[in-house]
Design a protein around this ligand. Structure first.
Ligand SMILES: NC(=O)c1ccc[n+]([C@@H]2O[C@H](COP(=O)([O-])OP(=O)(O)OC[C@H]3O[C@@H](n4cnc5c(N)ncnc54)[C@H](OP(=O)(O)O)[C@@H]3O)[C@@H](O)[C@H]2O)c1
Length: 265
């Protein structure tokens, strides 16, 4: 896998924290050239220094993924620096809870602006160059929450489902052009996003193990990848549950508290 990434130019959004930060470090150690994107420029500079210490060439581009024009400029800057971007990874995202009895439309809008439109704004500028070259990979970091409407998670689950469906359509459209599209669905990963106790998070995965899963899925050009395996299994069972059983079972199993106020994580 190390050789596979060596010399490839990889853009990663959400690199200032958690999964994106660790994935950047892993790929730097594999010899990839990196474009690091997030809003917090200082964090990105600190990460860039760590990646450079591992021998990687790095470009830092601060930006908000929900800003379409800024993301087009980021893509242009990335291509100017490295020529062709081999792999673009839309990892930036926000979590959060939005219980229906107190549903907050502003949180819903923001979640979709970042998780859905942010993915499109990040990846779409690379489609034409990749189609013209007949190669390239577009990656979205979705979630296992994409598969059913989990309690208190209308905004997050629907955003991850929309992101996954968009990537699925792109995958079909771009396959004949030599461009691979992957949708990766992590379970619960140790990161600032999961540093809370608002619901149960079984089979938690350390962030480096998560990065290895993601890197392997990319190298194998997996179309859809769910991990870790116990959560993959639970998700498959969950998808098969009839509605009447899902509605009664899932609120109990997820351990959601009913005193939660809507918020972004
Ligand atoms: N942790 C989990 O258990 C888990 C499970 C399934 C899926 N995921 C998904 O994995 C991805 C990474 O999550 P994480 O756990 O690493 O979360 P995290 O530690 O909270 O990091 C989120 C990253 O997204 C960036 N981001 C957020 N809004 C942004 C915006 N508007 N523009 C640009 N960057 C933005 C943040 O950077 P700035 O604040 O500097 O902009 C940060 O780097 C997310 O898409 C998340 O939904 C996580």
């Amino acid at each position: 896998m190390k050789d596979w990434f060596h010399g490839k130019a990889v853009l990663i959004t959400g690199a200032s924290s958690g999964m994106g930060w660790d994935l950047a470090l892993l790929l730097a150690s594999y010899g990839a050239k990196l474009v690091l994107v997030a809003r917090r420029a200082q964090k990105l500079e600190a990460l860039a220094a760590e990646c450079e210490a591992l021998g990687a060439e790095v470009l830092v581009c601060s930006g908000d993924v929900s800003d379409r024009e800024r993301m087009a400029a980021v893509a242009a800057e990335a291509q100017e620096r490295f020529g062709f971007i081999d792999i673009a990874i839309a990892n930036a995202g926000v979590g959060g809870l939005n219980p229906a009895p107190r549903f907050d439309l502003a949180i819903h809008e923001k979640t979709h602006a970042i998780n859905v439109l942010g993915t499109a704004n990040t990846l779409a500028p690379f489609i034409r160059p990749m189609v013209a070259a007949g190669r390239g990979q577009l990656i979205g970091i979705s979630s296992l929450a994409a598969f059913r409407g989990l309690p208190n998670a209308a905004s997050y689950a629907s955003s991850k489902a929309a992101q996954a469906r968009m990537l699925e359509s792109w995958r079909v459209d771009l396959r004949p052009h030599g461009v691979a599209v992957s949708c990766i669905h992590p379970g619960f990963i140790v990161s600032p996003m999961t540093a809370h106790d608002q619901f149960q998070m079984p089979f938690m995965v350390p962030v480096r193990k998560s990065s290895l899963h993601i890197a392997r899925a990319i190298a194998k050009r997996r179309a859809v990848y769910l991990y870790p395996w116990p959560m993959r299994l639970l998700t498959l069972v969950n998808r098969l549950l009839p509605t009447w059983l899902f509605d009664r079972l899932i609120p109990k199993l997820s351990g959601q508290r009913d005193d939660i106020e809507p918020h972004i994580l």
